[in-house]
Design a protein around this ligand. Structure first.
Ligand code: BGC
Length: 355
């Protein structure tokens, strides 16, 4: 089929002006000198959308989402949300820290997912637009909110650069020892929002290993080589090529929904590169995090109406959630997610677009 990206625009700011739990929500629009545009809301610190030029210079909507806040309020698929206090899963919704057991809300089979019931994506954050390219969002997660210890002060800075990159900086401090794992759950379709599935997008991930899971999507604890498996994206491959392979891990995830153990790397080398087969738009992901959840939208519900009046059908977008490994608090040999009062949590992820 001919490539025909729908001319989707970013939402109107007024469509996000609301009172949620008595607090004002807004839309913050960023733009750079070469025409890229990004929209962010302080409801859930969501990355609402991004328009980037395709090979013909036509602005293409590469992050799927809603054109008003009502859509965001009723979905549960985290379209562009900031995930916290702990992105991804914690087994049985419990962990032990300094000898004390903590219990979390169980919202995903037997496990806790993305911080529990009223996680960061449901909170109204304090926003401050610094300039045309920068907005900061702050949130105080109180001691024992959703079962996590410590008052955690969180700050997320979204910055658009003139080379078409969205830089996301996460900072946090706590007054008691706690655990923290922050990420963003943007869903990308590089052929343009509404342009069918992402199975022909080509992906490369700099990961020689991944963390296999059990049937409830909790890591088994093994760090397994990708070589010889459908998880080998060390050389570029189409998403759809092996997604239906006879492989237990793909069955558990209903496709790719796994944490990749990112290789040791130079500071300026991407951990992942994805190219839209129709648009030639390339996404490069840079991060200082040890892992990345590559999720191919296998559980997208197909019931939400997105911008462009299309439904959020299975595999019409993918996510690259940079992170510490799922269930790290219960797996001592994984890199630690513990944050102590005397420490500062600071990490950065960059999503850079080019043609
Ligand atoms: C998880 C998926 C989940 C999705 C939406 C991803 O991070 O790994 O299993 O369906 O988020 O919540």
């Amino acid at each position: 089929m001919a490539y025909n990206p729908t001319a989707i625009k970013l939402p109107e700011a007024s469509a996000f002006e609301r009172k949620v739990t008595g607090r004002q929500t807004n839309l913050y629009l960023l733009h750079n000198s070469v025409g890229m545009q990004v929209a962010i809301t302080n409801f859930g610190s969501y990355l609402v959308g991004a328009l980037v030029p395709d090979k013909k210079g036509k602005l293409t909507s590469v992050i799927i989402g809603f054109d008003n806040i009502d859509g965001l309020l009723k979905q549960e698929s985290y379209y562009g949300a900031t995930l916290g206090r702990y992105g991804n899963r914690i087994a049985d919704g419990k962990f032990t820290l300094e000898g004390k057991e903590y219990r979390l809300f169980v919202n995903n089979g037997p496990n806790s997912l993305h911080g529990g019931k009223h996680n960061f994506s449901y909170r109204v954050w304090e926003a401050n637009q610094i300039d045309a390219k920068t907005v900061t969002l702050e949130y105080l997660s109180e001691d024992m909110e959703e079962g996590y210890p410590g008052n955690l002060k969180v700050k997320v800075t979204y910055q658009l650069t003139d080379d078409n990159a969205i830089t996301i900086t996460y900072e946090a401090t706590t007054d008691k020892t706690t655990i923290v794992n922050l990420t963003n759950h943007a869903y990308f379709n590089l052929n343009g929002e509404g342009n069918e599935d992402i199975l022909n997008h080509v992906v490369q991930i700099a990961a020689d290993n991944y963390t296999p899971v059990n049937n409830t999507m909790i890591p088994t604890g093994q760090i397994a080589p990708v070589k010889g498996t459908p998880f080998d994206f060390t050389i570029p491959e189409r998403i759809g090529k092996r997604i239906k392979a006879d492989n237990e891990q793909l069955k558990f995830g209903n496709g790719y929904d796994h944490n990749f153990v990112l290789n040791k790397r130079e500071e300026h080398s991407p951990v992942a590169t994805v190219t839209g087969d129709k648009s030639s738009i390339k996404l490069e992901v840079y991060t200082d995090q040890p892992g990345m959840q590559f999720y191919t939208g296998n559980f997208m519900p197909g019931t939400n109406i997105l911008r462009g009046r299309v439904k959020d059908k299975m595999r019409t977008a993918f996510a690259m959630e940079t992170q510490h490994f799922p269930d790290s608090p219960n797996q001592p040999h994984f890199p630690s997610t513990v944050l102590k009062p005397e420490e500062i949590y600071k990490t950065q992820t960059i999503y850079k677009f080019s043609v």
